[in-house]
Design a protein around this ligand. Structure first.
Ligand SMILES: [Zn+2]
Length: 175
């Protein structure tokens, strides 16, 4: 079969800034296929609007280049920071809120966690990417979305310790 799907020959483009978010990193940090750029633009803008950002006050998103697998052909992107704060820091903050929010029966803890769900941009970004994006799933493999929240939020809750550790400070998506 002739190969109109040949990924190797596809043009790579930077993920563009959107209306409610802007890319803080060098454009060369996130050179991807046009399909992935468009999917990320759509998801990032929805995330940013829902989190309360707008064109006069956009939220920053920071990519770093990846090396392995889908990255080689521009089909993957790695997000390391949102709102000027690293994903590892957002996750540490999230863990503290979850611990503090362990139900004690008076409902107060739930309010704390509720607040964190509103304010934690790392968690919100992960959830938006998971629920609004359509990501690659090679046959026999899990959906290609990995990050600090994969074990608790999915989609692949059986992620290995090794893979989870490798994604403790960034979100990886492939399309
Ligand atoms: Zn990656």
């Amino acid at each position: 079969m002739e190969n109109s799907e040949d990924r190797g020959t596809k043009r790579l483009v930077p993920v563009p800034s959107g209306v409610a978010y802007r890319i803080d990193s060098l454009s060369t940090n996130g050179l991807v296929t046009e399909q992935l750029a468009e999917e990320l633009r759509r998801v990032l803008d929805r995330f940013a609007r829902e989190a309360g950002f707008a064109d006069e006050r956009p939220v920053g998103v920071f990519f770093k280049p990846g090396i392995f697998g889908h990255h080689k052909v521009g089909r993957a992107a790695d997000i390391y920071a949102v709102g000027g704060i690293g994903l590892d820091q957002w996750k540490a903050r999230w863990n503290r809120a979850v611990e503090a929010g362990t139900p004690r029966g008076d409902g107060r803890e739930d309010a704390e966690l509720q607040k964190e769900r509103q304010q934690n941009l790392g968690w919100r970004l992960y959830r938006a990417i998971q629920h609004y994006g359509r990501w690659s799933q090679p046959y026999g493999y899990p959906i290609q979305l990995f990050g600090p929240w994969t074990r608790s939020e999915g989609p692949w809750k059986f992620i290995s310790d090794r893979l989870l550790h490798a994604h403790r400070d960034h979100i990886h998506v492939a399309k």
